[in-house]
Design a protein around this ligand. Structure first.
Ligand SMILES: C[S@@+](CC[C@H](N)C(=O)[O-])C[C@H]1O[C@@H](n2cnc3c(N)ncnc32)[C@H](O)[C@@H]1O
Length: 369
């Protein structure tokens, strides 16, 4: 493909992925099931949105009464400030407003709020949203949006992927509750992992098998396996929700076999028939390559893939750390030249004096013996 390099560069800057209604509905249902009053009397902020057609705005506006919300605020980012610009056409909804402004529609963000029955039909819903232009471009880092953040109780969105670190730090410094979409790999970031480890943030209910489908105006830039022309959606793997709202799934214990049972009956060929679980060369823990192969009766440290987090129940396990912070440099534990150079991670012996580096691992320990 002649344009593949260009597309690659553009793709990297594309933050325009829009979340599907059904995914929002399914995620939010998990918090409501755990606590039906989770949103009662609360102000919800949906930043980094595009309220005129965002499913987040639609979903929360339609459920305003059912959730007994106090206020819904949704803000968008100015077209001109976006890194990945498409052809822009203001909606009829906007152009027919008396205060429609040809310059502001491009240079300013917008704010939509919902607090009351504006139409007089005795219902508070999407028809009652009121909107105006923001003073600035709607950048979540601006004082204008920070003020809205500080007014809100709960922040919910699919933020720009390219600014995820900054976005999460912005939420954490506010001390607010949140539900946000991310890539699971973000947990290995040094600013983000401590939040998981300290149980200040966890995975939400999640997308089925971590596969999320988004709409994007730039769908055609994506190749086979990502863009599906039939649905018009792009598919990303390893997508998750991060939250500090509680839900039922994280309190369900993971059903597990004992170590002896795993070694005898595991469905994984890497475990079945072995004498014992492998141990790392540079950290005192056993290697557990699959979450469902965690031995129920092992009381020591275990290295597990980061996808374990999806099944993490803090009453069943505690997280000790990650291989990035715990892995002892191989130069200290192996003969020079017998290991693969690279950043600190866990290594397994190949049995011939050489070692292989493992993917990121979380180190966990059982809580209840
Ligand atoms: C992943 S999209 C999600 C949009 C919407 N929340 C949804 O899920 O349908 C993230 C949005 O954030 C916007 N954005 C990018 N940088 C931003 C910033 N600094 N401040 C606010 N919004 C930003 C992008 O233009 C994009 O529309």
């Amino acid at each position: 493909m002649p344009n593949s390099n260009l597309n690659e560069a553009q793709r990297a800057k594309n933050d325009e992925f829009y979340t599907q209604y059904a995914d929002i509905e399914k995620e939010i249902a998990a918090y409501l099931e755990f606590n039906p009053d989770v949103f009662r009397g609360k102000t919800i902020l949906l930043p980094c949105d595009d309220p005129e057609w965002s499913n987040f705005t639609k979903y929360f506006a339609q459920n305003f009464e059912r959730f007994k919300l106090k206020k819904l605020i949704s803000t968008s980012y100015a077209v001109e400030s976006k890194t990945y610009k498409g052809v822009y056409q203001p909606t009829l909804f906007e152009t027919s407003a008396p205060y429609y402004d040809k310059i502001k529609t491009i240079q300013n963000g917008k704010i939509f709020t919902l607090t009351r029955d504006k139409t007089g039909d005795h219902k508070v819903n999407v028809d009652d949203l009121e909107w105006h232009y923001l003073k600035g471009d709607g950048d979540f880092r601006s004082d204008e949006i920070k003020k809205l953040r500080d007014e809100a109780d709960i922040i919910i969105t699919n933020p720009p992927f390219s600014l995820f670190r900054e976005f999460l730090a912005w939420i954490i410094e506010s001390g607010k509750q949140f539900v946000v979409i991310s890539n699971l790999n973000a947990i290995t970031y040094k600013e983000i992992f401590p939040l998981i480890k300290n149980d200040e943030m966890w995975l939400g209910n999640g997308f089925h098998a971590g596969n999320a489908y988004f709409s994007t105006p730039f769908a055609q830039d994506y190749g086979d396996g990502v863009y599906n022309p039939e649905t018009g959606l792009v598919k990303f793997r390893n997508v998750c929700w991060f939250t500090n709202l509680d839900h039922g799934r994280r309190h369900q214990p993971l059903p597990l076999m004992t170590m002896a049972e795993n070694l005898k009956y595991s469905k994984h060929k890497e475990i079945k028939g072995k004498k014992s679980y492998d141990r790392y060369a540079n950290y005192d823990a056993i290697e557990v390559p699959f979450t469902d192969a965690i031995p129920s009766d092992y009381n020591g440290a275990m290295g597990v893939p980061i996808s374990f987090l999806d099944k993490y129940n803090p009453e069943q396990f505690k997280i000790i750390g990650s291989s990035r912070e715990l892995g002892i440099p191989m130069s200290e534990v192996a003969e020079k030249g017998t290991y693969v150079a690279g950043g600190p991670r866990f290594y397994l012996s190949n049995g011939d004096g050489t070692h292989r580096r493992m993917y990121d691992r979380l180190v966990i320990k059982k809580r209840k013996f």
